[in-house]
Design a protein around this ligand. Structure first.
Ligand code: SF4
Length: 97
């Protein structure tokens, strides 16, 4: 349910620490596999997220809307990572089966 709420109610974005920053830091979609420069960007993006108070809402949004290739809530969302996060959210009761 939290995941759905994060998708419908996006007021959390007003508290996003990354507001006004370049999306290029958070959108990392390599043509094939991640290269060292991609990993460096992911590391920088995660460092911003670390201090963000809306990490949970952000991660729920990224997972709900299949935002693979981006950092949401301090997690780089590969397709595999999205599946993993969905399983975790189901276990925690934040996502309907
Ligand atoms: S968790 Fe990261 S990507 Fe999400 S709103 Fe906060 S700073 Fe931005």
């Amino acid at each position: 349910m939290a995941q759905l709420e994060a998708g419908l109610d996006q007021r959390w974005r007003q508290k996003a620490l990354c507001r006004g920053m370049s999306v290029d830091l958070f959108v990392i979609k390599p043509p094939r596999s991640l290269k060292p420069e991609h990993l460096e960007r992911i590391k920088k993006a995660k460092a911003v997220c670390e201090a963000c108070e809306v990490k949970r809402e952000c991660l729920c949004f990224g997972v709900a809307f299949d935002e693979a290739g981006c950092v949401y809530g301090g997690v780089y969302l590969s397709e595999r990572q999205i599946i993993k996060e969905r399983r975790r959210m189901r276990r925690e009761g934040g996502l309907a089966a």
